[in-house]
Structures are given as C-alpha cells and as structure tokens.
Design a protein around this ligand. Structure first.
Ligand code: NAD
Ligand code: UDP
Ligand code: UDP
Length: 336
C-alpha cells in the first residue's frame, strides 16, 4: 500500500528483442497534429519501431502518408476507450481531441477518452512493463490565479463548465498516472503542454493560430474574441516534440511544463499575423466562449534544469512555416 513497487521484469521475449536494439514505441493519437510530428522524429532513429493507434476523430492518415508501408511502421484503427493488447516498450499517450470545438462536440466521449483511455494505456503499460508518457495540458491550471504558471500550482478549474470534460478529464488522467506509479511501480512521465502550433494543424479547428492564418490567407477578417487582452504562449511543434522525447528519455516523472514562455495578447497575435501574411486584412472583435482563461504563460525552469530543454523557434519564425503549409493545403499561393 503506499510504497512504490519496482517495475515488473521484462519478459524473455522483450529481452530478446533488445538484442536487436529495437525499441517498439506506441503513439496513441499519432495521426493527429503533434502525434504525427512525433512519429516523424521517432522514425528517424532506425532503432525504433513505431506503432500508431488512432480512431481518426480529429486526426488523419494523410498526416502519416510518408510512413504507410514502411517496415518499421504500423498504423492501427483503434479507439483507446477499448482495451488494447500489444507488446511495446514505450507509450506516448496523446489520444484526445485538443481543440475546444472538437472536445466540446461530444463531451462525454472526451471524458471517456481521458479516463477510460488512460486507464487502458496504464493497464497495458503494467502488463508489458512499458514506460508511459501522458500529454497533459496547461488547461489543468484552468483560469489561473497565479501568473505565470509553474508545476506546483494546483489550478483554478470550473468542474461543471463546458471546458470541464477536457480540463477535469486531463486532471483525472494525471491522477491515474500517479496512482499506477505509486501502486504498481509503473514508470510514468507527464508533460503539461501549452498552446502548440505548426504545420498539419486542422485548418478549421477553431484554434486561434490556425484561425488567424487561414483567415489572413483567405482575405477574411481576423476574428479576435473579446476582450482581446487575454494572453497565450505559443510553442512551435518541433520544439514540443523535442521536449516530449527528452522527457520520455529522462529520469523525471514530471509533471513538467513544456511550452514557450513568449506571451502575447490575442490582439497582438492578430496584428502580427496581419503584418506578416496580409497587411490588407481587417481585424474584428467577436463574442467569446464561456470560461476562457484570461492569461497563460509557462514557467519552464523545470524543463530547462531537468531536461536541458528550451524552445528555439520564435513566433515570428514559426508563423511563415505554418503559412506555407496552409497555403499548400488551401491551394492559395502568395500574391505577387
Ligand atoms: P489532435 O486532435 O490533432 O490529435 C489527437 C489525436 O487523437 C487525433 O489523431 C485523434 O483522432 C486521436 N483520438 C482522439 N480520441 C481518440 C480515441 N478515443 N481513440 C483513439 N484516438 C483518438 O490534437 P493535438 O494538438 O495533436 O494534441 C495531442 C495531445 O496533446 C492531446 O492529448 C492534447 O490534449 C495535448 N495537448 C495539445 C495542445 C495543443 O496546443 N495542441 C495543448 C495541450 C495539450
Ligand atoms: N488493459 C489493456 N491492455 C492490456 C492490459 C490491460 O487495454 O494489455 C486494460 C484492461 O482492459 C483494464 C485496464 O487496462 O480495463 C486496466 O488494467 P489493469 O490490469 O490495471 O486493471 P484490471 O484489469 O485489473 O481492472
Ligand atoms: N481566439 C480568438 N479568435 C479565434 C479563436 C480563438 O481570439 O478565432 C482566442 C480564444 O478566445 C482564446 C485564445 O484565442 O482566448 C486561444 O484559444 P484556442 O482555442 O486556440 O486555445 P485554448 O483556449 O485552448 O488555449
């Protein structure tokens, strides 16, 4: 009870596989935005075998097309709310819709994905002795009363609001991770991810960076939700993937904030996108949604000290990379 049990011994089969120096890695939600970039990075190491499990709710096979048919890659259509019986050495557990319009679309399913999905992946980790990393979120801090947010802050989350299925779902997922760690000795890693952007984001997923870039490219007004003074801190996806891998490979359970501390108001973000992509475009204000956090900025001291990680790509460097990808997918080339 209370005491930490040692992790289970690897089976003889798993040990045998280590002689081939292979690491078999499961990525749940690997057909999504962050997951597919993580696949790209992990596949670069010829010692890795990668298995993606995804139900394609918000992800797409298109994000993985370069790997389909590759001998070290496997793609499985599967919903993590159902049990999964496979043999792996590491689990990156990302499966969960991340954009508010998608996670609010079927909130009960969002809760099931976070709670039952995480329970199943922990059960799998326990059975095969795998290390498991959960992509939690800055949303566990809710509408924070402490600014900027470090990992010791317990958060200010509305338990019955429209965002709760996601926020509270991730909070329970973190609890499950620590209970499996304390009760069963599972090796866990928890990343608290702050707003991430980059190529392959869903174009119409309603998130602010994808909205503004798509709007600027389409010559549509940029929709700043009121009051416009609310802040976010945006991390480019390659930095995020680098941070997640360092966390997985390191010795710390976390939770560790992974994000870019550069903080912008939504009005500033709109002005930056306008200036960089389409100086002719209008900026308008529109109604906001309930429980929108007013400010968000990570303290990343832990990531710096424990993982030797800090973000490299500035917002002004990341926006053009994302613009390029969006123009290609929308079929709208740059003017002049
Ligand atoms: P995404 O929506 O692009 O990817 C999530 C993937 O999970 C999709 O491919 C989706 O089809 C899959 N999925 C959803 N429910 C599933 C289920 N029940 N079974 C199997 N697959 C399922 O989102 P993302 O931005 O890549 O986010 C990945 C992870 O990072 C999520 O856990 C999210 O909560 C977390 N996160 C993301 C951000 C961000 O800014 N993008 C911020 C904080 C946390
Ligand atoms: N589970 C899974 N794959 C496995 C092992 C377990 O999906 O390889 C699921 C299992 O169905 C259960 C959950 O993980 O719902 C938790 O498993 P655990 O063994 O911890 O608990 P128990 O099965 O004893 O409730
Ligand atoms: N937002 C905005 N215009 C949009 C979409 C979002 O001003 O077209 C604002 C939203 O009110 C919030 C911030 O951008 O304050 C970030 O929203 P997003 O949905 O991208 O992420 P999250 O709220 O999950 O951090």
């Amino acid at each position: 009870h209370g005491s930490v049990k040692p992790p289970p011994e690897p089976s003889p089969l798993r040990k045998a596989r280590f002689f081939q120096a292979n690491m078999r890695i499961l990525i749940t939600g690997g057909a999504g935005f962050i997951g597919s970039h993580l696949v790209d990075k992990l596949m670069q190491n010829v010692k890795n075998e990668v298995i993606v499990v995804d139900n394609y709710f918000t992800g797409s096979k298109d994000n993985l097309k370069q790997w389909i048919g590759h001998p070290r890659f496997e793609l499985i259509r599967h919903d993590v709310t159902e049990p999964l019986l496979i043999e792996v050495d590491q689990i990156y557990h990302l499966a969960c819709p991340a954009s508010p319009i998608f996670y609010k679309y079927n909130p009960v399913k969002t809760i099931k994905t976070n709670v039952i999905g995480t329970l199943n992946m922990l059960g799998l980790a326990k059975r095969v002795g795998a290390r498991i990393l959960l992509t939690s979120t800055s949303e566990v801090y809710g509408d924070p009363l402490v600014h900027p947010q470090d990992e010791s802050y317990w958060g200010n989350v509305n338990p019955i609001g429209v965002r709760s299925c996601y926020d509270e779902g991730k909070r329970v997922a973190e609890t499950l991770m620590f209970d499996y760690h304390r009760q069963h000795g599972i090796e866990i890693r928890i990343a608290r991810i702050f707003n991430t952007y980059g190529p392959r984001m869903n174009i119409d997923d309603g998130r602010v960076v994808s909205n503004f870039i798509a709007q600027a490219i389409r010559d549509e007004p940029l929709t700043v939700q009121l009051p416009g003074t609310q802040t976010r801190s945006f991390c480019y996806v390659s930095d995020m993937v680098d941070g997640l891998i360092r966390l997985m490979e390191g010795d710390n359970t976390g939770p560790i904030n992974i994000g870019n501390p550069g903080e912008f108001t939504m009005t500033e973000l709109a002005e930056t996108v306008k200036e960089m992509i389409n100086p002719e475009v209008k900026i308008i204000t529109v109604e906001n949604t309930p429980d929108d956090p007013r400010q968000r900025k990570p303290v990343i001291t832990k990531a710096k000290e424990l993982l030797g990680w800090e973000p490299k790509v500035k917002l002004r460097e990341g926006i053009p990379l994302m613009e390029e990808d969006f123009r290609q997918r929308l079929g709208i080339p740059r003017k002049n």
